[in-house]
Ligand binder design. Structure first.
Ligand code: ZN
Length: 168
């Protein structure tokens, strides 16, 4: 059934497993002790500061280790280049954004939920990650446009266009 949905221009005939849930993993994808160790190391190197909003935080526990590319779409679990130290508020926003991007990826069939907690794709891992970053960026841009619209200037323009169109 899945094989009927191969996207056009895709050379992979069988979906690849890009993520597979293993019960022994922690939320960071590595045993808990190593996650703590890694967080400590990164705080020493990068400071006790949120890498997104640049605010200082009072305690190390106020910072979370966060995956830039989520493990769910094949992001590396403990490669330091894929990890950021961020505050709880930024983490919540980032998680919400990632979830929306992943939802869209499922809707358009870039990733397909598999059995036993695995995620499949007809695209290779690198392509999946590039598409994920593109979709996430688009969501950010749409959000920003909405924000500008709410602030008024574009809202006014829209009203004028709307009134003009009523005259036709
Ligand atoms: Zn922050």
């Amino acid at each position: 059934m899945i094989n009927d949905n191969i996207p056009q221009g895709c050379s992979i005939k069988k979906p690849l497993i890009i993520y597979s849930y293993k019960p022994i993993r922690t939320k960071f994808g590595i045993p808990l002790k190593s996650a703590d160790h890694l967080k400590k190391k990164l705080i020493e190197e990068r400071g006790q500061i949120c890498e997104y909003c640049k605010q200082n935080v009072p305690y190390p526990t106020s910072l979370d280790l966060e995956h830039n590319i989520p493990v769910y779409v094949g992001g590396h679990g403990y490669n330091e280049q894929n990890l950021f130290l961020i505050c709880k508020k930024c983490h919540d926003n980032k998680t919400a954004l990632d979830r929306r991007a992943i939802f869209i990826m499922k809707q358009i069939g870039i990733i397909i939920p598999g059995g036993f907690g695995s995620i499949l794709s007809f695209y290779n891992l690198k392509e999946v990650q590039i598409k994920f970053l593109e979709i996430r960026q688009s969501i950010k841009e749409i959000d920003l446009k909405k924000e500008i619209y709410k602030l008024g200037e574009n809202g006014k323009d829209y009203k004028i266009v709307y009134q003009e169109s009523n005259k036709l």
